[in-house]
Design a protein around this ligand. Structure first.
Ligand SMILES: *Cc1c(COP(=O)(O)O)cnc(C)c1O
Length: 838
């Protein structure tokens, strides 16, 4: 719909450009690209960053443009189109507008939204950024909180002898697409918090991400001492002391910021345990508001808190020495929470009575949450094992951790060619609704359309990599014969991609197991391959850096030189080039250490195929019709014999299946079986592993129920929470005195008759449930049948229960157990008691 008068004044047009440049929507919606190209073509081509493009434009040129009615009309049309898009009712507005869910506060240490805002390291930030964008698409009311890192994560330069140099360029906030958060009076907003006993000045910045907002906290204020100013300098640098102060900033100052700005979140989503102090501070706010003690306040807050865990190894959890926590939190605990320090420390310990145990942020997050999830089906299973110590005597399958498999924000990772293809096939609204019918539209595409899009993307990729390499090497005195190789890639050759953090569990050297065999595969005379790699190793990870050195050395071999390219400084922009261009994405983690992995999902929309270890998301996505798998789906630790066998399997797959499929051409020059896989991978997997599906899952399975439970506990001055705390206290003191006195099982008439006599002692009968339980078989659910009460407490003080049932499984599989039960409570998350038949 065109507005009445589409010609704006020059001032209004300039204001509109500022608004566009400050809205990171441009990172996935390209409607305004033509404007930036006119404003500053050179900078735009180089950076694809509207804010930088606008700020580096020549004033004279900009004025000249703004004085042209045609240009102003173009700006006016872009404004109208955006307003029209915002008027369009979103999925959330259509499906859940009347719900109790009005605001979700999302906390994450890092966000990968665009190279224009480099405050991320990798996968965790990718998940946070992509979900925020999908929340914007779907209209899910999320407000996000993070840290503004002045140097972010390190940047990488490579020397021809394969050394990684870590660089820390400064992110000048005035040059980033963010604006300072001000008070109503227009003053700089400061969030008061204390580290130990010292007051800290914390400022905030605002990033706009379509309909969503991200607030970034910043300690770098000259009013702070140097040690405090540096808290938000680097991501994942420094020691435990720094990390703890970062997490206090994120959680405590982050929650206070939202409160100060008037947000009243129903749900708090903790993206990894780093952010767990947000739940504590949220309870603090409720204490003040309702004049209730900390435990009751935390009980209310918990109902509306979701914790997403991302690590597959215990070492991935942040753990702090108790004394460090005492140093920073003694004052807060005594004066704000009003509880003994040991009670706070107990929330971060598996065994609350073990005073030597470190303070584990994941344990704190679990104790402060009403629901917990891992990030793939397999990672759910692994997380139940990791969190089992908090639920002693509970079967591992009932440890309360579910899963929502990650997905990527498709519009942020698709190429221009892929976007065109999908728009023609499935319409421009395809990622903003429920994605229904999208798979079938893609399945209807013919071979020629799919294959020519793939060939175009590969040709574009070869050009981009060649240009990028020239740029990277141009700055470093490279270019002589002994320097890093200049690409001699071909637009027709099977193109493999491998990029990830160079952590040893990712086994970035698996492909290098037999370098001669790899070199022979790459330089095969009929079915050659080319390989583009990238990856950074943490500056403290010497083993990871050594793997980079090995790859650079390999890329210098004369027999592969120019066709194995290791690109420096793997970042989001390079990631986009890679996932849009390659035919095959290779991933070789050691199962089960890859919680999900997301890079392989980014190739789906672009028609790339995956060859991956059966770990993380691929363990549930893989089928022979969509790609290739490595490994036997079991765990083998770091057994070198298994690594060797998997490397052999990898070479054999490439040699005998993958290259033949790519090069087997029909009379039209199309590799039919390759294209069939492309089509099925695109159609089946792209919608399933999209952030669209993820955000709808979180909303319907977690946010909506959490909001309802939170409001139920909040009602009436927190009455339900008070009752829960009393109930917990009663159960904690009386549970040890309860036991199962006797169990009888008879089979009078083909049915089983089970009776139980329970010595409840001081435990109220309505606080427990008696169950007939059998462990799960073959990954199915456990069999749990409730044994109903049969009469009241008798003269011996025993309470009787009876059940008559048929069984599908041998009676010897079953046992009797007693678990707590209370309306509206998550068991065993909020009360991990359990008693078993002896
Ligand atoms: C997608 C992405 C990641 C995460 O990918 P993994 O599958 O976890 O390796 C990391 N870094 C960048 C730059 C990415 O684009």
């Amino acid at each position: 719909m065109a507005p009445e008068n589409p010609t704006l004044t020059a001032r209004a047009a300039e204001r509109a450009l500022h608004g566009f440049a400050l809205d990171l929507r441009w990172s996935w919606n390209h409607a305004t690209d033509p404007l930036w190209r006119q404003i500053n073509p050179e900078c735009w081509e180089h950076t694809q960053n509207p804010w930088t493009t606008l700020n580096n434009a020549s004033r004279a040129h900009l004025n000249a443009l703004l004085n042209k009615p045609a240009f102003r009309r173009e700006v006016g049309h872009a404004m109208a189109a955006q307003a029209e898009g915002l008027r369009h009712p979103t999925w959330f507005a259509q499906q859940h507008d009347a719900s109790a869910l009005s605001c979700i506060a999302y906390f994450s240490m890092e966000y990968m939204l665009s190279e224009a805002l480099p405050i991320y390291s990798g996968g965790l930030g990718n998940v946070a950024g992509d979900q925020l964008k999908a929340a914007s698409d779907l209209g899910v009311p999320v407000v996000a909180v993070g840290l503004l890192f002045a140097q972010g994560y390190f940047r990488q330069e490579l020397t021809p002898d394969g050394q990684q140099h870590a660089l820390y360029p400064f992110n000048d906030p005035s040059l980033l697409p963010i604006s300072p958060v001000l008070t109503k009076e227009g003053d700089v907003l400061r969030i008061p918090i204390r580290f130990a006993r010292g007051h800290v000045w914390i400022r905030a910045w605002k990033a706009t991400v379509g309909r969503a907002t991200l607030y970034l906290l910043d300690t770098n204020d000259p009013a702070n001492p140097p040690g405090v100013r540096c808290v938000t300098t680097q991501l994942y640098g420094g020691d435990a002391d720094l990390r703890l102060r970062q997490e206090l900033t994120l959680g405590i100052a982050g929650w206070r910021l939202l409160d100060t700005l008037g947000y009243q979140p129903d749900v708090c989503h903790l993206n990894e345990g780093h952010a767990a102090f947000a739940a504590v501070e949220r309870a603090c706010g409720l204490m003040d508001r309702l004049h209730i003690p900390f435990r009751e306040a935390l009980t209310i807050a918990r109902a509306g808190t979701l914790f997403t865990t991302h690590t597959a190894v215990p070492a991935g959890f942040d753990r702090f020495p108790p004394d460090l926590v005492r140093t920073y939190l003694a004052d807060y605990t005594a004066n704000r929470l009003g509880i003994p320090m040991e009670s706070l420390l107990a929330l971060g310990r598996a065994n609350p009575n073990d005073h030597g145990e470190p303070f584990n942020m994941a344990w704190l997050a679990i104790r402060a949450s009403g629901a917990v999830n891992g990030v793939s089906r397999l990672h759910g299973t692994v997380s139940r094992r990791l969190f089992a110590p908090l639920f002693p005597r509970w079967p591992e399958c009932e440890v309360p951790v579910g899963h929502v498999t990650n997905g990527v924000h498709t519009p942020s990772w698709d190429s221009v060619e892929a976007d065109t293809l999908w728009t023609e096939a499935a319409g421009p609204e395809r990622w903003r609704g429920t994605q229904e019918g999208v798979a079938d539209r893609i399945r209807a595409l013919d071979d020629r359309t799919l294959w020519s899009a793939r060939c175009q993307a590969r040709a574009g990729f070869v050009r981009k990599i060649t240009d990028l390499c020239a740029q990277q090497q141009g700055y470093t005195g490279n270019g002589g014969p002994s320097d890093l190789p200049v690409p001699t890639l071909s637009p027709d050759v099977l193109t493999l991609g491998f990029a990830r953090r160079f952590a040893t569990y990712k086994r970035p050297d698996l492909l290098l197991h037999d370098p001669d065999r790899l070199a022979r595969l790459l330089s095969h005379h009929e079915r050659p391959m080319q390989l583009v790699l990238a990856g950074k190793a943490h500056p403290a990870d010497m083993a990871g850096q050594a793997l980079i050195t090995r790859w650079i050395a390999f890329s210098l071999r004369p027999d592969v030189r120019g066709r194995v390219i290791f690109m420096a400084d793997y970042d989001m922009a390079l990631g986009q080039v890679l996932v849009q261009g390659v035919d095959l994405w290779i991933n070789t983690p050691r199962r089960p250490w890859e919680a999900s992995g997301t890079s392989g999902m980014k190739v789906l929309v672009n028609g790339g195929l995956n060859l991956s270890e059966l770990d993380g998301w691929w363990a549930e996505a893989y089928a022979p019709e969509v790609g290739w798998a490595l490994g036997d789906g079991r765990e083998h630790g770091d057994d070198p014999a298994v690594d060797a066998a998997e490397a052999e399997a990898l070479y054999t797959l490439l040699e005998t299946e993958i290259a033949p499929a790519f090069y087997a051409r029909d009379p039209q020059g199309i590799p039919a079986s390759w294209v069939a896989r492309m089509r099925e991978s695109m159609a089946r997997l792209t919608p399933l592993f999209s952030a669209n599906r993820v955000v709808r899952d979180y909303t319907e399975r977690f946010y909506l129920p959490a909001a309802a439970r939170y409001h139920a506990r909040l009602a009436d001055g927190g009455r339900a929470a008070r009752e829960i705390v009393q109930w917990q206290d009663l159960l904690d003191t009386s549970w040890p005195d309860m036991h199962i006195d006797s169990v009888t099982i008879s089979q009078p008439d083909g049915q089983y008759h089970v009776t139980v006599a329970l010595a409840l002692g001081p435990v109220p009968a309505d606080a427990v449930q008696v169950q007939f339980y059998a462990d799960p078989v073959d990954g199915g659910p456990a069999a749990i049948t409730i044994i109903p009460p049969a009469g009241c407490r008798d003269a011996d003080g025993l309470t009787h229960y009876a059940l008559t049932t048929r069984l599908d499984r041998p009676v010897t599989d079953y046992t009797v157990r007693v678990v707590p039960t209370h309306a509206g409570m998550a068991i065993p998350l909020e009360s991990p008691h359990i008693a078993w038949q002896r």
